[in-house]
Structure formats: C-alpha cells, structure tokens
Design a protein around this ligand. Sequence first.
Ligand SMILES: [Zn+2]
Length: 535
Amino acid sequence: MRIASAFSAAFLLTPAVPASAQAPNPPKLIVVISVDQFGANLFDEYRPQFTAGLKRLASGTVFRNGYQGQAATETCPGHSTIMTGSLPARTGIIANSWYDWSAPRADKRIYCAGDERAPGSTFRNYTVSPVHLKVPTLGDILKKLSPDSQNVAVAGKDRAAVMMSGHFADERWYWDGKQYVTDLKAAPVPPSVPLINAKLAKFIAMPQAPLVAPPYCQLKARPIALSDGQTVGAGTLGRAANDYEAFRESPDWDGATLAMAGALIHDLKLGRDKAPDILSIGLSATDYVGHAYGSEGEEMCLQMFGLDRELGDFLRALDSMKLDYAVVLTADHGVEDLAERVGAPRVDPALSAKAVGAEIAKTLGIDGRVLVGGTGGDVYFDPALSPDQRAKAEAEALRIFRAHPQVEAVFTKAELEKVPLPTGSPDKWTLLQRARASFDPQRSGDLVVLMKKGVSLLSKPGVGDVATHGSPWDYDRRVPILFWRPGMAPQNREEAVDTSNIMPTIAAMIGVRVDPKTIDGRCLAGISTIACPAP
Ligand SMILES: [Zn+2]
C-alpha cells in the first residue's frame, strides 16, 4: 500500500521561476550519479587507473575537494544534500535513523526514508516514503515549472533513490534484496523492469568465478586475520549460486542498477523532448564492499575497476542513444579503512549509549533505561526520566563521555541550537559547525558525541561489517564532485566546496532559477557550459 506523502503540491512553495536569461543550449537529460562511500581518498588514488567511465567523467570539471560537510556522514543525510541544495539541517535528514518519542507506534526508532504512520510498520519493516524530507529536490521544482519534465530515480538503496528524487517522482526503483521494486504503486511499470528482474534472478542463480585482478590490485592482496575469525584483504569477489549477499558486494550490483537506468531512459524516452528530464542513480556496491572488506584491500580495488568499467558501458549506451546529456557524479560520504590494516583503534564498547546509560543508572539509582542510541552520534535521554533525573543524567553523561580518551567532543542540543548554519569553505568548519550542519532540534539527539580522529566506529568486526564511516573527519566527509558534458573544457578545481552546491549548479545548467534563500548552496561559477545566475 502506498502511503501518500504528507506534503501536497502546495508545500512546494519554493519560488522557482524560469531564469530570465535561459541557459544556453541546456542538456535534455541530466544524469546525477551518487556512488555510495566513494570518498575523495578513493577517487584520488584510483584516478590514474581509470580507463573507462570514470576516466571520461574526470575529463570534465573535477572538484576533488568536495565535501559532505556535516558531522553525520551517513547515507541518508549525504544523499539528501545532493539534489536539494541544502545541508541535512535544512533537509531534516540528520541521520539514517533517529528517535521520535511522539511517533504513532510502539517502535520509536524512525527510518529516514520510511513512514512510521503506515499501519504495522516498524523501524525494520518500514514503508518507503519521502515524508521526512523537508525540502523539495530539483526534480520536484522542475516538475512544477515544467510538467512534461520527468523526475526518475534508480538505486541500489531505497534511501538513495528517495532522497535524490523527492516528493514528485515519476518513477523510482531500488533493490529490495531480491529484485528492483518501487514505492510508487500508481506509476506504470516500465516494460523493461520485469525483464531485468527476471534476467538478474537467473544471473544470481549461477555461481560467479572470482574476478581477475589487474596488477595494481594484485599488489594490494594482503590477507588480514580479524578477531572474529574471518580473513579479509585478499578477496576476489567470486560467489556461490544464489548468494544474494555477495551479489551486493560486487560491481555486478552496480552494473544491474546501471542496466535499470539505461532501460528507464529507453522506456520512458528520457531526454527525447524539449522538457529536460532528471535521472538520479544511486550505485551502492562500493559501500557494501567497503563495509565488508575496508577501502584499501584487493576487494575494493576490484570494485573500483569494476565500477569504472560499468560506468563506461553505461555512458557508451547513452552515446548510442544519441541523447544530449550531462552527468554529475559525487558520493554521499567516504569511509575509514579497516582498523586492523591501518593500525587504528576500534571504539571502546563502554562508549555505547546503552553502556554509558547503564553506568549512569547505577550511579544515580535510576531503575530503567537512561540513554538511547548507538555508539557516537545522536544520543537521547529516555523520555520517561523525571526532570530532576534528566538533569542529573545529563551532567553525568557529559562527565563520562568527556573523560574518555577516545571522545573528541560532546555537544548538547542547547549548544547546537545557538550556532548558525555554517557557510564558506567546508574544510574550515569547526567540529561544532559540522555537527550543526546535521542538527535538527526535533530529530537530533539530546547529545551529539564525536569520537577522536582515526577511531573506528565499529567496536568489533563482523561478517559484512568490518569498516565504516559516520565520523566528522575528512576521510568520511571529503568526496569528489564531477561535472561532465560533451564539449566541456577539462578543469581541475582545488577549492573546497560542499555538495549543497550541486543542485543550484545543475539548476543553472537547465535554466531553472531557485530562490537562494530557500537553499544553502550556490551555483559553482567558472564551469564551462554553465552560466550561473547573477547574484
Ligand atoms: Zn552511504
């Protein structure tokens, strides 16, 4: 059952008007690609190795110091910045999940791309929806201005597709673990979708031989034994028949999502009429490979070469369709490599909200739960605490967190509420400003706990989960931002810019004027073929 978005068309009051001076020769199809966990460290390292799609995209305008500026370097906040022109503090998508004590169900944990009003829904069993995204995407704005324009998304992850397309998507598809599905039940099913799903089922039913490692990847093959008994670092991404988990940890998944993207372009005739169309693509395999193996082993190397090849095939398919298109590629966040490979510490399990809460309960003689949350990031006080208990618990929590050698900073809601949204170069933002960029007074934790640089946010390795992101440090924040269009002059830009600038830059490319008061980003000046509006 589709749960209608809580927002009506009247919500889209963003005063968007066609630019008085139309963009010269705007492309007919804008393809926006987010590669999940493709941090700038990976882009910088592999750039000389790319020979296909990423080589082509890196021959346009390259911002190698792009930033997901916020402290909450997670998938949902990151994707929410790309097509809205806004920081997570404005999009409302402050994390992948948060707590809402007023939610109309027993499970108060809220999934960023779910609708908790859906009957029977829980955090894990959710109904996909854009309801929590507080702002329109460029696709939403474009459709209001130009009803013939199409706003389409396809991704490995539902939250990537939802956050990039927004409230008024024509089509939105994502992988549910077995096949590509949609939450837009009223939209017609493009004829290629069931065919691709059927082909994929047959493909995954076959065992896949290990990938052949190029010499660059062979040099990275170094097995690392982890405390849970698994060994990673020298894997080659082969898999057994019907191993759907391993499928997601391979470039095959990105290839499938790109095949879907190509099929949607064909079936929906994207880029074929005067009205410009937007296709948002979320490629999620890099994130799964990074979580399962880290970012500096043979496995990620094979994923990088595979991603390059798959993107090359996709761009060649677009060329063969003779479309006038432009591509923007970025990422939702980076990653910290495997702690055991780089000699980094793992976070002390005593710093989890549960453990610290239990310590406080014992000290204060509180019978029940005190803190709710994970390890680091947003931490909430249990709403059942009395005002007196709550005040004492906060003082105690601050004392415990701040005394711990792995904790860099703890900010309270009161502190964050006083800080203005950061502007300017995101590489210069203080930790408090980074935390402010992903702070929402209704959704964020009562405390935001930030660990020291280099501390792995996973206290121990598990299968498929050995390395992660989510810190306020640049290995998680810095991402590439690439603009490419045939005929665009190559340009390497060194200045730090955050991803909220992507949307107004694309808007300028297609001649859509967005009220600068409604977004955080600004059109990036000086890109060949893109004329920014006068301020
Ligand atoms: Zn992600």
